[in-house]
Design a binder for this molecule. Structure first.
Ligand SMILES: [Zn+2]
Length: 398
């Protein structure tokens, strides 16, 4: 992905802004090389520990400020494992005829004696009420909310296993203990969630077939979870990827041996796989200043953004904005992009971000899972592909 480091039409070099003296175009090559070495040469532990981080140049950062930033970043690192799920849901595929995948009631029957039905959990709803559900019912509602029901059965089953595993992992954090609950219904905190009524309304005339597909995905994988060293993994997932998923360390700082970059097979069949966001110079400046008031946006707009550096998966690792260094994830949030896989150019209309895929890029790609399923992979092959070195096993009884 060496070519990905070049943004077409990009004008001006990041190094000029770091020093506030030279423009990239006027900086001698030897100087640019030296600055680039400095830029890349930050200690690994500093690079690795941050998720949404800001780094000003050494000249700009005093010792006290550096310490303060370090403390904040340390706290962020501790909190990050709780912030892993993608906040947005994948878009639904266009409605398709639903093949009959099972006899009515087969899914429920299979789970009748199963592990999922024997587990209960307390769910904190957004209205503040805590309701008790079986794991079977909770997983149905999560899968219905998290993945288009028209996806292949093996992809839906992979999703059910991820959801079950993630639920168990999340429950160990006891985040909602004070509210007397195990999990909540917020996708920004735990997992996306819908009610049967809302799902059926959304599915319309396809409702019964879709409901059955999801019931079967849960039932067919009853009690199956993914573990690493005997513990449920942080089975994060997202909507769609560029050709490779992202290493967790590149997005959240902390690395996990099973959340490393792997190939992902989806492509142009994904709705809105490529998207663009255009911001006028004024709009971009307003966003930047609101979040990063220390950013220096003097001079011509084409010089405001530095050339991004890219991770091996093709997502933005870092870029400078008015002299402030942002991670790809922070830039994604700031500019409202669907993923951190983007290039930026400046022209008459302002700044144009060209984006591929949707989501944070870590763990299982849902559209990638569907592409694998279409090509004949089983759910076991799908999860083993996206979560490196994990064990598929039956959850232990309480
Ligand atoms: Zn929650």
């Amino acid at each position: 992905m060496e070519d990905a480091g070049r943004a077409p039409g990009f004008y001006g070099g990041w190094e000029g802004h770091r020093l506030g003296v030279w423009s990239g175009a006027c900086t001698p090559q030897w100087r640019r090389d030296r600055l680039r070495e400095r830029h890349i040469g930050y200690p690994e532990h500093e690079k690795g520990a941050l998720a949404l981080y800001i780094r000003t140049s050494n000249r700009q950062m005093g010792v006290g400020r550096g310490l303060a930033v370090g403390v904040v970043l340390g706290l962020l690192t501790l909190l990050l494992p709780l912030m892993v799920l993608e906040e947005e849901q994948p878009e639904l595929l266009p409605a398709q005829p639903t093949p009959a995948v099972t006899q009515p009631g087969e899914g429920e029957q299979a789970a009748a004696e199963g592990w999922d039905r024997g587990q209960t959990l307390r769910l904190l709803q957004s209205d503040g009420e805590v309701v008790e559900l079986t794991m079977e019912e909770y997983l149905w509602r999560v899968v219905a909310a998290e993945m288009p029901a028209s996806f292949e059965p093996q992809a839906l089953q992979a999703q059910a296993v991820c959801a079950r595993t993630y639920s168990l992992w999340k429950m160990t954090a006891e985040k909602h203990r004070e509210a007397g609950a195990d999990l909540c219904d917020s996708s920004a905190c735990c997992q996306a969630y819908t009610t049967r009524k809302a799902a059926m309304e959304r599915w319309g005339s396809d409702g019964e077939g879709y409901a059955q597909r999801i019931a079967q995905a849960v039932a067919e994988t009853d009690g199956q979870i993914l573990t690493y060293q005997g513990k449920p993994i942080q089975a994060v997932f997202f909507s769609s990827s560029t050709q490779a998923t992202e290493d967790a360390a590149a997005v959240w700082g902390g690395s996990l041996p099973y959340l490393v970059s792997v190939d992902s097979p989806e492509g142009e069949e994904v709705p809105n796989y490529h998207s663009t966001v255009t911001l006028t110079a004024e709009e971009l400046a307003a966003r930047v200043k609101q979040t990063y008031p220390e950013a220096s946006l003097d001079g011509a707009p084409e010089g405001w953004l530095g050339e991004p550096s890219y991770t091996p998966s093709g997502r933005v690792a870092e870029m400078t904005v008015g002299g402030v260094t942002l991670s790809g994830g922070a830039a994604r949030t700031l500019f409202g992009l669907r993923s951190a896989c983007f290039q930026v150019s400046y022209g008459e209309g302002g700044f144009t971000f060209s984006v591929t895929g949707y989501g944070h890029g870590v763990g299982m790609s849902q559209y990638g899972a569907n592409a694998m399923a279409k090509a004949g992979s089983t759910w076991q092959e799908i999860v083993s592909h996206y979560y490196t070195g994990v064990t598929i096993q039956r959850a232990e009884a309480d």
